[in-house]
Write a protein that binds this ligand. Sequence first.
Ligand SMILES: CCCCCCCCCCCCCC(=O)SCCNC(=O)CCNC(=O)[C@H](O)C(C)(C)COP(=O)(O)OP(=O)(O)OC[C@H]1O[C@@H](n2cnc3c(N)ncnc32)[C@H](O)[C@@H]1OP(=O)(O)O
Length: 201
Amino acid sequence: MTTEVPGKLSPGRTTLAARVRDLIEAVVLAEDDPPGLLDAAARIEEVTESLRARRRESPRLLVQADTVGRLSANNPVEGPGNPLAPPLSRIRVDVDGMRAEVTFTAVHEGPPERVHGGWVAAVLDHAVGRAVAAAGHPAMTASLTVDYHEGTPYGVPLEVEARFARRDGRKVYAIANISSGGTITATASAILVLFTGPVPG
Ligand SMILES: CCCCCCCCCCCCCC(=O)SCCNC(=O)CCNC(=O)[C@H](O)C(C)(C)COP(=O)(O)OP(=O)(O)OC[C@H]1O[C@@H](n2cnc3c(N)ncnc32)[C@H](O)[C@@H]1OP(=O)(O)O
């Protein structure tokens, strides 16, 4: 069952997600001290069990994202409620597309000191979806072509930009890029197909 949350997401949820993000980074960077790691694992298991006792049935948690509609606060790219999401911040949408910021951490490392290409693609995929929805053509990605021009750094705010390009029947074309300090590190072009049924959040 989907839980509707009108207006803003509860600060408890965003704070919990933020602390778990910190935890994941601390785990990835933890020194190899087996007793200390096992002790931490036991304490984390306790917290997990206490949350599981109040488990919801669906991860979807719809909130008003901005003027274009509702989106799950647990979205794995954008969602502030999901510790897996980097997440996106300073999201600005208009009829042509969207802009946002994202900061990856060591958790997202692929090549040394660079973001894993799958995470870069995930952000670009999400951005084209947001851009075409903002342009009034909510659609699902059918094809995403990503060009990696340079390694994408983590630990610094990155700018994400996506724009609706054109529509041809049910096909919607969009482009996106991710940049660091004005240098574009990856670009994407996408073909999305208009939703025929209700638009999922
Ligand atoms: C706040 C915001 C609210 C809104 C929320 C949204 C934003 C949230 C952002 C979240 C972002 C999350 C991002 C995500 O996670 S998106 C999730 C990842 N994507 C998917 O899971 C999609 C999986 N694929 C499908 O479900 C179907 O294949 C779809 C629905 C896409 C099309 O199957 P359907 O049976 O419906 O259509 P059709 O097969 O008759 O094709 C229709 C037309 O499309 C053309 N075509 C098809 N495939 C390709 C291709 N690969 N290259 C080029 N063209 C292709 C095809 O030739 C035809 O053209 P034409 O003959 O008409 O000329």
